[in-house]
Design a protein around this ligand. Structure first.
Ligand code: PLP
Length: 398
């Protein structure tokens, strides 16, 4: 998107963020009963639990990229800040602009780095980009000079993720470029790295990354540079490697009440997202009936099948077919046959009281039963992150 468009969107506020978007009339906004409900109290409580765990000396940067992992970036940001987060992290400049347009004034770190052309917007919106290349520094410095302003940056070192960040042996040249060419307008606020294996059982790769980060910090020291905020840990990192919390931690998935791996679920957190629908129809089918595309399931007995209006277009993955359960009347009921684009079929033969209109929980709690993100992840062979981020825009959030 052109820089001028983004700048004018930032100036005009949240309604300007989707040019050409026509608001759905309220009467048609939520006809289909498939919805995602976000519990702000859970988001706030989760952030408070994280803050209690890390203590007052460690800042918390709430990661709200990818629309707050599907929970809604603006609402999640407000909850995180209400619970005492120092700031927020997004991936894209556009995501930072969305928060600023919604009135969020807290520090916003842009994890994905500054794409060429985004620098004036970064400076105008007071975003704090992660940088790892001399060109990032030079372009940001010239945008800051042109605007007569300053820009805080977080310098990222690639200690073993092999993705974003400067390699350890590139660091001296990058720091020299900062000191000699950019220090008049850029503030070296942060030094950071990202862990590749924080939720893997083997701790050795993380220990190697932490050693490399310690060595990188001495390179800063050797040049008289002391970034105020050193940060390394995502959710799994902050719970498993307390010595690596440094000055700030960057939890994402823990704030949403989940974990990459169930073994590293933080104490005291709970899921904030429920995805629910309702029984749209009921059909009694004879033994031997074959259901859904490909006839992958043949019914072994006379069965009552509930039709539920949710499918892979909503982010209910096709490979849940024949593996997942949903909750109806507080009981677990199996998904039968292939999940299709818009519809899933549930075997409710063992629920004699089931009625059209009954609530169906696809993700979340009903009475004492729960379908967790890691259940959906293990049934479908994806990660919990993909479960959250996969819930599509077609599912209204409330
Ligand atoms: C750089 C960085 N920090 C922190 C996080 C948050 O990770 P998690 O959701 O595992 O806490 C992410 C997420 O991908 C990230 O890319």
């Amino acid at each position: 998107m052109a820089e001028s468009t983004l700048l004018s969107m930032a100036a005009r506020g949240p309604d300007a963020l989707q040019p050409g978007f026509v608001r759905t009339p309220a009467t048609t906004a939520c006809v289909r009963p498939t919805v995602a409900r976000v519990d702000p109290t859970a988001l706030i409580d989760n952030m408070r639990s994280i803050r209690r765990l890390v203590g007052d000396d460690v800042r918390v940067l709430g990661v709200v990229k990818a629309d707050g992992y599907g929970h809604g970036a603006v609402q999640t940001a407000r909850c995180a800040l209400e619970a005492g987060a120092w700031g927020l992290a997004v991936s894209l400049v556009e995501e930072g602009v969305e928060l600023r347009s919604a009135g969020v004034t807290a520090p916003i770190v842009v994890l994905g780095g500054p794409f060429p052309g985004s620098e004036p917007l970064v400076v105008a919106c007071g975003l704090r980009p992660v940088v790892w290349d001399v060109e990032h520094l030079r372009r940001l410095a010239s945008a800051a000079r042109a605007a007569g302003g300053r820009c805080a940056v977080h310098l990222k070192i690639d200690t073993g993720m092999s993705r974003l960040g400067c390699l350890c042996d590139e660091l001296p040249a990058l720091l020299d470029c900062f000191s000699t060419e950019c220090a008049d307008v850029l503030d070296l606020e942060g030094a950071m790295t990202h862990l590749a294996c924080a939720d893997e059982r083997d701790e050795a790769p993380t220990v190697r990354q932490l050693d490399a980060f310690t060595a990188a910090l001495s390179t800063f020291e050797g040049r008289g540079l002391r970034p105020a905020i050193r940060h390394v840990c995502n959710s799994a990192g902050l719970s498993r490697f307390p010595n690596a919390r440094y000055d700030m931690v960057r939890p994402g998935i823990a704030m949403y009440g989940s974990a990459g791996h169930t073994a590293y679920l933080l104490d005291g957190i709970r899921p904030a997202l429920t995805v629910a629908s309702r029984v749209f129809g009921l059909r009694t089918l004879p033994p031997g009936a074959q259901v859904s595309y490909g006839h992958t399931t043949t019914l072994q007995r006379e069965s009552v099948i509930a039709i539920v209006p949710v499918g892979y277009e909503d982010g209910y993955p096709a490979n849940l077919s024949g593996k997942a359960h949903v909750l109806i009347q507080g009981r677990r009921c199996p998904v039968v046959g292939r999940v299709t684009m818009d519809t899933s079929l549930i075997d409710v033969t063992d629920l004699p009281q089931v009625r059209v209109g009954d609530e169906v929980i696809l993700l979340g709690r009903q009475d004492s039963e729960q379908i967790a993100a890691h259940d959906l992840a293990s049934w479908s062979g994806i990660t919990t992150y993909e479960v959250f981020c996969g819930i599509s825009k077609r599912v209204p959030r409330s």
